[in-house]
Design a binder for this molecule. Structure first.
Ligand code: GUN
Length: 284
């Protein structure tokens, strides 16, 4: 039976560390880190995420600025808001919740955020920095996964790592972070010819496709570490990951639950990135 990696507990520890560091930083500089979160439209899941980000800011002692814009907001309006926030010295981090409505060009929005305030690490400059291993911020979800792997005492060097999913937000940067730690990394996607085999080869398996219970126990190597980034609803409407947890936990050595695994880590890493951005800006 696998050991559960408790993301709720580990995220609380990270948030506690950020809170203490924030207190010290405020004392030293008089600066309160500030995070601006922009939400366009009224996707219910996004609303919950944005609400949770605000709560986390309050808890660690940051200022938070929320911008809830209507679904019909135009590209130009959103760019103007981002430019205003780029120039605002009380704002150290800017996050525009994705996905954006279809009429908005997501790439242009991401590129408009100052790389120094890009606490998601989605801007092309930050993506490039991650590629060469010289970065200020890491994208929150992959960084959270690495934190879980480290907390469980799992070493990546020399291990076969399979990442299922190639999104810009999770799959691609996830693969890069595992590579930085000397894993031998395979990225799987919808055109992969034998997904089951690629998964079965993995000592560390990261599932990030957004398909309920796609990864079944027969696709998992005995003793593998299984990290589930998925957040889906099963046939009964119950929250579940990309991994069929109840069977997988019998084969894995470590596994993350959904909910309570990767999810809470994302916000904890966002808090850490925002503090880093505030510290960098205080150094000029
Ligand atoms: N939508 C889902 N995950 C994320 C994230 O990490 N950042 C942003 N900005 N939007 C998201």
């Amino acid at each position: 039976m696998a050991t559960l990696i408790n993301g709720k507990e580990i995220s609380q520890k990270v948030r506690g560390e950020v809170k203490l560091e924030t207190e010290a930083f405020k004392k030293e500089t008089g600066i309160t880190p500030g995070l601006a979160v922009i939400l366009v439209g009224d996707d219910p899941a996004s609303k919950i995420y944005v609400g949770n980000k605000k709560k986390a800011c309050d808890e660690v002692g940051f200022n938070s600025f929320e911008y809830i814009l209507s679904e019909s907001t135009e590209q130009g309006e959103l760019i103007s808001l981002i430019e205003k926030l780029n120039a605002d010295p009380s704002v150290h981090g800017i996050l525009c919740q994705l996905p954006l409505p279809k009429h908005i060009d997501e790439r242009e929005i991401i590129a408009a955020i100052s790389p120094k305030k890009d606490v998601d690490a989605f801007h092309p400059v930050n993506v490039g920095k991650i590629m060469i291993g010289d970065y200020d911020f890491l994208p929150c979800t992959p960084a959270g996964v690495m934190e879980l792997i480290h907390s469980a005492g799992i070493s990546v060097a020399g291990k076969k790592c399979t990442v299922v999913g190639r999104s810009n937000i999770v799959g691609k940067p996830m693969a890069m972070l595992l590579l930085h730690e000397n894993g031998t990394v395979t990225i799987c996607h919808s055109k992969t010819t034998d997904l089951a085999k690629e998964c079965r080869d993995a000592d560390i398996l990261v599932a990030a496709v957004g398909r309920a219970k796609l990864i079944t126990a027969d696709m998992i190597k005995e003793g593998a570490a299984v990290i589930d980034v998925g957040m889906n609803r099963d046939e009964n409407g119950k929250l579940c990951g990309d991994v069929d947890f109840s069977e997988a936990e019998k084969k894995a050595s470590y596994i993350t639950p959904v909910p309570g695994g990767v999810g809470p880590m994302t916000i904890a890493m966002l808090m850490r990135n925002t503090l880093t951005a505030a510290k960098l800006s205080s150094k000029g």
